[in-house]
Design a protein around this ligand. Sequence first.
Ligand code: NAD
Length: 267
Amino acid sequence: MTDLSGRTALVTGSTSGIGLAIAEALGAAGARLALHGLAGDMEVHDAVERVRKAGSPQVEFFPGDMRHPDRIAELMAAVAAWGGADILVNNAGIQHTAPTSEMPDEKWDAVIAINLSACFHTMKAALPRMAETGFGRIVNIASVHGLVASKDKAPYVAAKHGLIGLTRVVALEHAATGSAETGGVTANCICPGWTETVLIEPQIEARAKAHGGDREKGVADLLSEKQPSLRMSRPPDIGALALWLCSPAAHNVTGTAIPIDGGWTAQ
Ligand code: NAD
């Protein structure tokens, strides 16, 4: 069992989906949790309650629109004042699908800002404290689309490929920081394939439409195209890997991009 008591984790985009499941996993291991996201009061309240119930000794929500570097700076300053993040999970993300020739410029800008540039800004702010204490864990939620491409996802694929490259740079810069005893400072990506969250709902609906509105057939269609296991991952599956990456045993695991994709990238 990984014991994270005394550690503080910031999970961006943790009001729903994969981020919330990661926050629950880290909270169950005893970490203080800084939750974050673009969400209404009810959603924030529910997320805080879930992470508290999972076992986190202290849970607080911090707002901040990841499209804007100024808002990110405010978020990171607020978390620093709350004790500072020993664990940073960059999870907030959006998707927009369209052929490249029809991709709206503002969608390109938003996907790159949230899925890539925001991760640079949060890491830049969080790394000095990690270097000082000799313990830090950066877990960036990339995607199979950080490793391979699909059509109609230009900004998303560019952002996720960029995030894996960025994570490798940070991993190399901090590879020799700390020790096995302090835990070291590591930076890794998790690369999910299809995972059951609202993010992929528009893509499921589009496939369902082609099958007379049958959602199950839409999901089966989506999976059969790319994900050989023919089943989706569940958010807690990603949470379990994030937790392991935060464990003492993972002190020498850095610069990796680990797929949870039912064989998608093995093809
Ligand atoms: P989700 O929509 O449930 O979660 C996205 C989170 O990001 C939410 O908490 C939301 O509030 C936050 N967010 C969105 N825009 C924001 C903004 N401008 N500022 C601040 N926060 C913002 O979706 P999810 O599937 O849980 O996605 C989480 C991560 O997992 C994303 O980075 C996504 O790319 C990645 N991912 C998801 C899948 C999948 O199949 N669901 C597959 C691969 C990778």
